[in-house]
Design a protein around this ligand. Sequence first.
Ligand code: TYD
Length: 228
Amino acid sequence: MDGVNGLFVTFEGGEGVGKSTQIRLLAERLRNLGYEVIVTREPGGSMGAEAVRHVLLSGAAEEFGVRMEAILFAAARNDHVEEVIKPALKNGAIVLCDRFMDSSRVYQGITGNLEPSFVKTLERVAIDGAVPDCTLILDMPAEKGLARARKRAGGEKGAEPDRFEKEELSTHEKRREAFLDIAASDPLRCRVVDASLPSDEVAEAVFVAVENLLPIRLQKEKSAETVA
Ligand code: TYD
Protein backbone atom coordinates (compact mmCIF):
# COMPACT_ATOMS: atom_id res chain seq x y z
CA MET A 1 0.00 0.00 0.00
CA ASP A 2 1.52 3.34 -1.08
CA GLY A 3 2.17 6.19 1.31
CA VAL A 4 2.73 4.05 4.43
CA ASN A 5 5.83 2.71 6.10
CA GLY A 6 4.84 -0.93 6.53
CA LEU A 7 4.48 -3.80 4.12
CA PHE A 8 1.23 -5.56 3.32
CA VAL A 9 1.56 -9.21 2.21
CA THR A 10 -1.41 -11.46 1.50
CA PHE A 11 -1.54 -15.24 1.09
CA GLU A 12 -4.08 -16.78 -1.25
CA GLY A 13 -4.95 -20.16 -2.73
CA GLY A 14 -7.39 -23.03 -2.44
CA GLU A 15 -8.21 -25.17 0.57
CA GLY A 16 -5.39 -27.05 2.31
CA VAL A 17 -2.49 -25.46 0.42
CA GLY A 18 -0.63 -24.69 3.65
CA LYS A 19 -1.16 -20.94 3.97
CA SER A 20 -1.21 -20.87 7.76
CA THR A 21 2.02 -22.90 8.09
CA GLN A 22 3.79 -20.65 5.60
CA ILE A 23 2.56 -17.50 7.29
CA ARG A 24 3.84 -18.79 10.62
CA LEU A 25 7.25 -19.64 9.14
CA LEU A 26 7.59 -16.27 7.39
CA ALA A 27 6.49 -14.38 10.51
CA GLU A 28 9.14 -16.20 12.59
CA ARG A 29 11.87 -15.46 10.08
CA LEU A 30 10.96 -11.78 9.77
CA ARG A 31 10.71 -11.37 13.56
CA ASN A 32 14.16 -12.94 13.91
CA LEU A 33 15.39 -10.26 11.52
CA GLY A 34 13.98 -7.62 13.85
CA TYR A 35 10.79 -6.68 12.04
CA GLU A 36 7.48 -6.08 13.72
CA VAL A 37 5.04 -8.57 12.20
CA ILE A 38 1.27 -8.74 12.52
CA VAL A 39 -0.38 -12.01 11.49
CA THR A 40 -4.06 -11.85 10.65
CA ARG A 41 -6.71 -13.64 8.58
CA GLU A 42 -9.98 -13.28 6.71
CA PRO A 43 -12.87 -13.55 7.13
CA GLY A 44 -12.08 -12.09 10.55
CA GLY A 45 -9.04 -10.37 12.00
CA SER A 46 -10.94 -7.58 13.79
CA MET A 47 -13.77 -7.66 16.31
CA GLY A 48 -16.45 -6.70 13.80
CA ALA A 49 -15.17 -9.11 11.18
CA GLU A 50 -14.86 -12.02 13.62
CA ALA A 51 -18.53 -11.47 14.49
CA VAL A 52 -19.42 -12.00 10.81
CA ARG A 53 -17.02 -14.94 10.30
CA HIS A 54 -19.23 -17.55 11.88
CA VAL A 55 -22.25 -16.46 9.84
CA LEU A 56 -20.25 -16.94 6.64
CA LEU A 57 -18.40 -20.17 7.40
CA SER A 58 -21.32 -22.00 9.03
CA GLY A 59 -23.33 -21.46 5.84
CA ALA A 60 -25.98 -19.45 7.71
CA ALA A 61 -25.90 -16.76 5.00
CA GLU A 62 -25.89 -19.22 2.09
CA GLU A 63 -29.68 -19.37 1.70
CA PHE A 64 -29.81 -15.59 1.22
CA GLY A 65 -27.68 -15.84 -1.93
CA VAL A 66 -24.17 -15.11 -3.08
CA ARG A 67 -24.69 -11.33 -3.26
CA MET A 68 -25.54 -11.28 0.41
CA GLU A 69 -22.49 -13.40 1.21
CA ALA A 70 -20.27 -11.14 -0.90
CA ILE A 71 -21.51 -8.05 0.91
CA LEU A 72 -20.89 -9.69 4.27
CA PHE A 73 -17.32 -10.61 3.25
CA ALA A 74 -16.86 -7.00 2.14
CA ALA A 75 -18.27 -5.62 5.40
CA ALA A 76 -15.91 -7.85 7.38
CA ARG A 77 -12.99 -6.82 5.16
CA ASN A 78 -13.64 -3.12 5.56
CA ASP A 79 -13.73 -3.40 9.36
CA HIS A 80 -10.50 -5.42 9.28
CA VAL A 81 -8.79 -2.90 6.98
CA GLU A 82 -9.80 0.16 9.00
CA GLU A 83 -9.33 -1.30 12.49
CA VAL A 84 -6.26 -3.51 12.07
CA ILE A 85 -4.46 -3.42 8.72
CA LYS A 86 -4.16 0.32 8.06
CA PRO A 87 -3.13 1.23 11.64
CA ALA A 88 -0.48 -1.53 11.63
CA LEU A 89 0.94 -0.41 8.27
CA LYS A 90 0.98 3.18 9.45
CA ASN A 91 3.09 2.07 12.42
CA GLY A 92 5.59 0.46 10.05
CA ALA A 93 4.65 -3.17 10.72
CA ILE A 94 4.69 -6.00 8.22
CA VAL A 95 1.15 -7.36 7.93
CA LEU A 96 0.76 -10.99 6.84
CA CYS A 97 -2.85 -11.74 6.01
CA ASP A 98 -4.34 -15.21 5.37
CA ARG A 99 -6.71 -14.50 2.44
CA PHE A 100 -7.87 -11.06 1.28
CA MET A 101 -9.54 -9.47 -1.74
CA ASP A 102 -8.48 -12.17 -4.24
CA SER A 103 -10.48 -14.75 -2.28
CA SER A 104 -13.61 -12.67 -2.89
CA ARG A 105 -12.74 -12.27 -6.56
CA VAL A 106 -12.40 -16.04 -6.88
CA TYR A 107 -14.96 -17.55 -4.45
CA GLN A 108 -17.76 -14.99 -4.85
CA GLY A 109 -16.85 -13.57 -8.28
CA ILE A 110 -15.76 -16.56 -10.35
CA THR A 111 -17.29 -19.63 -8.69
CA GLY A 112 -20.17 -17.60 -7.22
CA ASN A 113 -20.95 -16.20 -10.69
CA LEU A 114 -21.35 -12.63 -9.46
CA GLU A 115 -21.19 -9.85 -12.03
CA PRO A 116 -17.63 -8.47 -12.27
CA SER A 117 -18.82 -4.86 -11.84
CA PHE A 118 -20.53 -5.76 -8.55
CA VAL A 119 -17.42 -7.56 -7.28
CA LYS A 120 -15.20 -4.62 -8.28
CA THR A 121 -17.41 -2.06 -6.59
CA LEU A 122 -17.53 -4.07 -3.36
CA GLU A 123 -13.77 -4.53 -3.46
CA ARG A 124 -13.14 -0.81 -3.84
CA VAL A 125 -15.34 0.01 -0.87
CA ALA A 126 -14.00 -2.85 1.27
CA ILE A 127 -10.28 -2.27 0.84
CA ASP A 128 -10.43 1.54 0.64
CA GLY A 129 -7.01 1.79 -0.98
CA ALA A 130 -5.32 -0.99 1.00
CA VAL A 131 -3.99 -2.90 -2.01
CA PRO A 132 -1.46 -5.57 -0.95
CA ASP A 133 2.18 -4.85 -1.83
CA CYS A 134 2.68 -8.54 -2.49
CA THR A 135 0.30 -11.49 -2.87
CA LEU A 136 1.63 -15.02 -2.62
CA ILE A 137 -0.56 -17.49 -4.42
CA LEU A 138 0.11 -20.95 -3.02
CA ASP A 139 -0.70 -23.35 -5.79
CA MET A 140 -1.28 -27.10 -5.80
CA PRO A 141 -3.73 -29.50 -7.48
CA ALA A 142 -7.18 -28.99 -5.92
CA GLU A 143 -7.54 -32.68 -5.11
CA LYS A 144 -4.35 -32.72 -3.06
CA GLY A 145 -5.26 -29.54 -1.17
CA LEU A 146 -8.76 -30.75 -0.38
CA ALA A 147 -7.45 -34.08 0.91
CA ARG A 148 -5.14 -32.16 3.25
CA ALA A 149 -7.92 -29.83 4.38
CA ARG A 150 -10.20 -32.80 5.13
CA LYS A 151 -7.48 -34.64 7.01
CA ARG A 152 -6.89 -31.51 9.07
CA ALA A 153 -10.61 -31.12 9.79
CA GLY A 154 -10.83 -34.78 10.81
CA GLY A 155 -7.91 -34.30 13.18
CA GLU A 156 -9.55 -31.38 14.96
CA LYS A 157 -12.12 -32.63 17.44
CA GLY A 158 -15.58 -32.16 15.99
CA ALA A 159 -14.36 -30.03 13.06
CA GLU A 160 -16.63 -30.30 10.03
CA PRO A 161 -15.73 -29.08 6.54
CA ASP A 162 -16.91 -25.46 6.24
CA ARG A 163 -19.47 -24.06 3.80
CA PHE A 164 -16.83 -23.69 1.05
CA GLU A 165 -14.79 -26.85 1.65
CA LYS A 166 -17.91 -28.93 1.03
CA GLU A 167 -18.16 -27.91 -2.62
CA GLU A 168 -17.33 -30.21 -5.55
CA LEU A 169 -13.83 -30.91 -6.81
CA SER A 170 -14.59 -29.22 -10.16
CA THR A 171 -15.42 -26.01 -8.27
CA HIS A 172 -12.11 -26.19 -6.41
CA GLU A 173 -10.28 -26.74 -9.70
CA LYS A 174 -12.00 -23.70 -11.18
CA ARG A 175 -10.79 -21.67 -8.20
CA ARG A 176 -7.23 -22.82 -8.71
CA GLU A 177 -7.38 -21.64 -12.32
CA ALA A 178 -8.92 -18.34 -11.25
CA PHE A 179 -6.10 -17.66 -8.75
CA LEU A 180 -3.55 -18.42 -11.50
CA ASP A 181 -5.38 -16.03 -13.86
CA ILE A 182 -5.21 -13.26 -11.25
CA ALA A 183 -1.46 -13.87 -10.88
CA ALA A 184 -0.97 -13.72 -14.64
CA SER A 185 -2.94 -10.49 -14.94
CA ASP A 186 -1.14 -8.75 -12.06
CA PRO A 187 2.47 -9.99 -12.14
CA LEU A 188 3.89 -7.02 -10.22
CA ARG A 189 1.76 -7.77 -7.16
CA CYS A 190 1.40 -11.55 -7.35
CA ARG A 191 3.86 -14.45 -7.11
CA VAL A 192 2.80 -18.04 -7.64
CA VAL A 193 4.54 -20.51 -5.33
CA ASP A 194 4.44 -24.28 -5.90
CA ALA A 195 2.86 -25.41 -2.64
CA SER A 196 3.26 -29.12 -3.39
CA LEU A 197 7.03 -28.87 -2.70
CA PRO A 198 8.33 -29.74 0.79
CA SER A 199 7.38 -27.10 3.34
CA ASP A 200 10.93 -25.72 3.79
CA GLU A 201 11.29 -25.19 0.04
CA VAL A 202 7.94 -23.40 -0.10
CA ALA A 203 9.07 -21.25 2.84
CA GLU A 204 12.27 -20.29 1.02
CA ALA A 205 10.35 -19.32 -2.14
CA VAL A 206 7.98 -17.24 -0.03
CA PHE A 207 10.86 -15.46 1.72
CA VAL A 208 12.66 -14.72 -1.56
CA ALA A 209 9.45 -13.16 -2.95
CA VAL A 210 9.13 -10.85 0.06
CA GLU A 211 12.82 -10.10 0.73
CA ASN A 212 13.26 -7.30 -1.79
CA LEU A 213 10.16 -5.53 -0.54
CA LEU A 214 11.16 -5.32 3.11
CA PRO A 215 10.56 -1.77 4.27
CA ILE A 216 13.52 0.38 3.30
CA ARG A 217 13.31 2.51 6.41
CA LEU A 218 13.84 -0.56 8.60
CA GLN A 219 16.58 -1.89 6.34
CA LYS A 220 18.43 1.41 6.74
CA GLU A 221 18.14 1.19 10.51
CA LYS A 222 19.43 -2.35 10.38
CA SER A 223 22.44 -1.51 8.18
CA ALA A 224 23.23 1.45 10.46
CA GLU A 225 23.30 -0.99 13.39
CA THR A 226 25.61 -3.31 11.45
CA VAL A 227 28.05 -0.47 10.73
CA ALA A 228 28.04 0.63 14.38
P1 TYD B 1 -10.91 -20.66 6.75
O1 TYD B 1 -11.47 -21.55 7.81
O2 TYD B 1 -10.31 -19.38 7.17
O3 TYD B 1 -9.89 -21.57 6.03
P2 TYD B 1 -8.82 -21.51 4.89
O4 TYD B 1 -8.47 -20.08 4.58
O5 TYD B 1 -7.70 -22.29 5.50
O6 TYD B 1 -9.43 -22.21 3.72
O7 TYD B 1 -12.04 -20.47 5.67
C1 TYD B 1 -12.22 -19.40 4.92
C2 TYD B 1 -13.20 -19.80 3.83
O8 TYD B 1 -13.90 -18.64 3.38
C3 TYD B 1 -12.50 -20.41 2.64
O9 TYD B 1 -13.23 -21.53 2.19
C4 TYD B 1 -12.59 -19.33 1.60
C5 TYD B 1 -13.79 -18.51 1.98
N1 TYD B 1 -13.68 -17.08 1.62
C6 TYD B 1 -14.50 -16.55 0.64
O10 TYD B 1 -15.32 -17.27 0.07
N2 TYD B 1 -14.39 -15.22 0.32
C7 TYD B 1 -13.51 -14.39 0.94
O11 TYD B 1 -13.45 -13.18 0.63
C8 TYD B 1 -12.68 -14.95 1.97
C9 TYD B 1 -11.70 -14.07 2.70
C10 TYD B 1 -12.80 -16.30 2.28
